[in-house]
Ligand binder design. Structure first.
Ligand code: CA
Length: 226
């Protein structure tokens, strides 16, 4: 997923960003409410993120106000609040302001990753079911890929590339779009990283599952009739 992380604590922010990237997410990290507003709520930016991980106590404002402003503008990005505020009243206020989930610090990275997977399943589950191409079945909701009934062992980044393609079956995604789906602003990546992931995916899935559109990018092969 492409995530916006809003966290003013340097050590915690760096740890969360590294952990989420390790899990295959593209993470943009901002430290103030103002920066979060620019990255997320400003006109035309709303579709940029699949989810927001939101701290409440920010140096220049409250995460709750940010969340309320987003919802008032009909921005539906799923939001997971990650905060030190542990009172029941705070949780209720956060959820009522439009948050999808609420975690109290200290944040366990494995639990955060699992909660984000749950958010992703809810979002995808509304619109998509498993995609079948020949003997390959990709289920974006459960993040599982099987070949002839056998689960495939994909790396986090390979899975991220495949899911980015699977979320828009038949649509050609350019190298830049795939990089965007995989890495945050600051990620320095090798120019051929996407090609390497595609190469490995083809080896595991079969050569014809991902088609190259010369000069344009890649797309999933035609989906089988079911
Ligand atoms: Ca804080």
């Amino acid at each position: 997923m492409r995530l916006l992380l809003v966290e003013d604590d340097s050590m915690l922010g760096a740890a969360l960003k590294a952990g989420l990237q390790q899990d295959g997410h593209a993470v943009d990290w901002v430290r103030t409410a103002d920066e979060a507003d620019t990255a997320w709520i400003a006109v035309g930016k709303a579709a940029a993120y699949d989810a927001v991980v939101l701290d409440l106590g920010l140096p220049d404002g409250s995460g709750i106000d940010l969340l309320r402003r987003a919802r008032q503008r009909r921005i539906a990005t799923p939001v997971l609040i990650a905060t030190a505020r542990d009172r029941v009243a705070d949780r209720i206020a956060g959820l009522d302001a439009g948050a999808d989930d609420y975690m109290v610090k200290p944040i366990d990275l494995d639990e955060l990753a699992a909660r984000l997977r749950a958010i992703e399943r809810r979002v995808i589950g509304r619109v998509e079911s498993a995609i079948v191409i020949g003997e390959i079945a990709i289920d974006p909701a459960t993040r599982s890929v099987v070949r002839a009934g056998q689960p495939l062992d994909l790396t986090a980044r390979e899975l991220a590339v495949l899911l980015a393609l699977a979320k828009r079956p038949g649509v050609t995604l350019s190298r830049d779009q795939l990089i965007e789906a995989l890495y945050g602003w600051e990620g320095s990546i090798e120019s051929n990283a996407i090609d390497v992931h595609i190469h490995h995916l083809r080896r595991k899935l079969g050569a014809d599952v991902i088609e190259t559109q010369r000069g344009l990018g890649w797309r999933l092969a035609a989906v089988a009739d079911r």
